[in-house]
Every structure is written in structure tokens, then in C-alpha cells.
Design a protein around this ligand. Sequence first.
Ligand code: LLP
Length: 436
Amino acid sequence: MQKIKMENFQYNKGKLFIEGVSLIDIIEAVGTPFYCYSAAAIKQNYKTFKRALKNLDAEIFFSLKANSNVGVLATLARLGAGADIVSAGELTRALIAGFPPNKIVFSGVGKSRDELSQALSVGIKQFNVESESEMDLLSEIAKRRQIRAPVSIRVNPNVDARTHSKITTGTNENKFGVTMDDAKRLYAKGSKMNGVDTVGVAVHIGSQLTQLAPYRRAYKKISELVTFLKNEGYKVEGIDLGGGLGISYLDEIPPTPCEYGLMVEDVVGDLGCSIGFEPGRVIVGNAGLLVSQVIYVKEGNYRPFLIVDAAMNDLLRPALYDAYHEILPIKEAGLNISSVRYDVVGPICETSDTFGIDRTLPKMEEGDFIAFSNAGAYGAVMASTYNSRPLIPEVIVDGARFAIVAQKVCIEEFIKREKLPPWLEMQDEDMEANPG
Ligand code: LLP
């Protein structure tokens, strides 16, 4: 039997199941392609992460950017999770899903006036401020309303997270946060401003981290900063340590939440601050699949192409980061089925629409189904309608039941937003009089 690295996903009598539901049943109900999440896996991952921090005064803010489906969010909100947002859109989603405003933190380098204003109206827990201009603007808006905005200063510790360069955020070249020196200056400035209340410092050095050492280095710098600020007489109630813990897509062995928690305890456990965490991928990454159908098997010069009905617009990670997602057959290979090495590609008209090169799979026929594993994080949220393809449905399974938590959005819906410019709306007679 093929071993699947994702819990709650297993073969049963030759068919791939997600918890108690056969994917074939969902395929029959919604058609391919679609995303499918396991509620049990999401809950389990959240609880494991929470348990790993049990010795700390910890608060978990799930990072919505990893998966912002309201069905997924509500599952986490019911467990008591908070939310880490980066836009007014994510704020709206967080509120709809039931996260209390005082459990929402707002990150991001480019929060607009409107976004700051909306989040202030709602009364969120904290703004992770990333520049002096942002703090000035936030203070101005809050002062006008005679309130104070709770502010954490996001520090860029100049530590290489040793992950993909496109998802590294904590080095000097990156746009995120402010330098250690600026953090001290801004903290002092903020403490005197009428519109802000400086409550802490924040850091996030990157995503899909597979080693503890960069974290340790960054958190040490945070510890030094907090000690400095406290010695200067400033109040530092909380530190926000960001997200970033990796998962295993291929053969990575990332630290477990428990190992991560112990490291945190060791480095910042005695600062006397509450500690916020913003995990995304580690909560939902291994809780989701992208299910797809083989449209054609086409001979290639090197290997046959498996042309499937999902594409880079549905799952962008392989095209953007050369990311690896294991490909699982929905029907388990029988003992007498030979295996074949395929290049697995989507229908989009560019070569980056490639899910996997030289992947060994049981011999596939046109019409067969496959699933891309570990697609619960940064999957559906990064989808687009490139090549005028629809947005695909999302389904969540809970035990023996499943529900569609996002409808397919047909391309006609998108075309409705568009119209001809008035000068092209001319009547036929005008066209004759005015050709060209
Ligand atoms: N907090 C902040 C401030 C962040 O920027 C991020 C991710 C997180 C938390 C959550 O990080 P996580 O625990 O999920 O690693 N699209 C890329 C990942 C981009 C991550 C951006 N920031 C991917 O598909 O790998």
C-alpha cells in the first residue's frame, strides 16, 4: 500500500479517502478540479501547535494568507485561535468566520489609510507596524478619533531563514520591518505619540523554515531588543514571533512544533512578555489536496506527458517556487499495474504550467484521477483566472460528511465586470459611417 505522508488521508480498498469519505464520492458531487481539506487534520495540527507552547503565555494567530476559506477559518476560530491578517479583505473574512476583533493582529508593509482605518474601527488587538510613515499615519487616524492604536514594531533582524529566496523576509535586502536601531527609535517615538500605544515588538523571518538555527538567531535579537527597551523604562507587553515553520513536501525534516516550542522557551521564555505566533502552513498545509483528472496522456520525446485539468492558475507553487507536491493516484495501483514516469502538466499555455517532471505513477489512463498532496496552504488563496479559467470549488471533510465551502466561480461571472469602452459601443449605422 502506498504510504501517504499526510495523516487523515489513506487508501481504503484501493481508493483514496480523506477521513471517512472516498474522494471518488466528492469527485462525483463536484467534478474536478477542486481543493479538499480535512477538518480533523486542521484541528489536530492546531492542537499540536498549541500543546507545544503550553509552558508559555502564548497566543496563536492563524495566518489567513495560507488559507482564508471561511469554512476553514471558522473551524479554527471555534478552537479559540486568533487571526493574523494582511489586508482589509482578510479582516472581513476573519470577522465573518467568527474571530473576535481582540484576537486579530494586522501585519504587512503596505497597509493603506482605509485599511488602517477599518481595522481601528473594529478594535483589533494589534497593528504590526513596519515603517515610521505607517506609525505616523496610524497615529494621525487614531488621534482624530481620540483613541490609541495598539502597536508592535516589526523588526527586520537581518537573519537568513535558509529557505527559498522568494519567501525570505528577514534580511537587509527585504522590504519587511525596520532595523534594530530604527526599532529602538520608533519605540521611543511611539511611546510619546498620542495616537499609538506601543505594546511590543514583532518579527517574521520567512516561510517554510526547516531549521531552528535561524529562528534562534532572530529571537535572540528580539530578546536583546526587549531587554534594552525595558531597561530604558518602556513597557513591552508582548512579542510576536511570526510564523514560518515548515512542513515536509518531499524529504525535508522540519523541526516539530514541540522542538520549536522548546527553543522559544529557551530563548525568550523569561522575558516576562506574552508571546504571539502566526503559523499558517504548519496548520493547514498537510490538511489539503488538489484533486484533478487526467485529460490526455500524450507521448513526449523524453517521457509521456500527463495533461491534467488543474493548472498553475489553481496551484501556483510549482511554477512560482519550483515547489514539490507529491502526486497521488486516487485509485491505488494494484499489484499487477506497471509504473510509468510522467511529466505532469496543466493545460495553460506556458511551460511553467508543470506540476512535476519525471514522476513515477501507476500507469494512467485518460479519465483517471490524481491528487496533489500538501496543497492546503498557499493553494486556493493564490489561485487566479489566468487563461480565463474558473476559480475551482473547495470542499471540507469532517468525519463521514463533506461540504462545499467555496463554489466554483464560472468565468462568465468575471466577464460580467468587464464592458466595452463607450467608443466601441457604436451602432451598426455609425460603424458604416465611421469605419475603423
Ligand atoms: N506572519 C507573517 C508576517 C507572514 O508574512 C507570513 C507568511 C506568516 C506569518 C505565515 O507563514 P507560514 O507559517 O505560513 O510559513 N506563498 C508562499 C508562502 C508565503 C508566505 C508569506 N508570509 C508559499 O507558497 O510557499
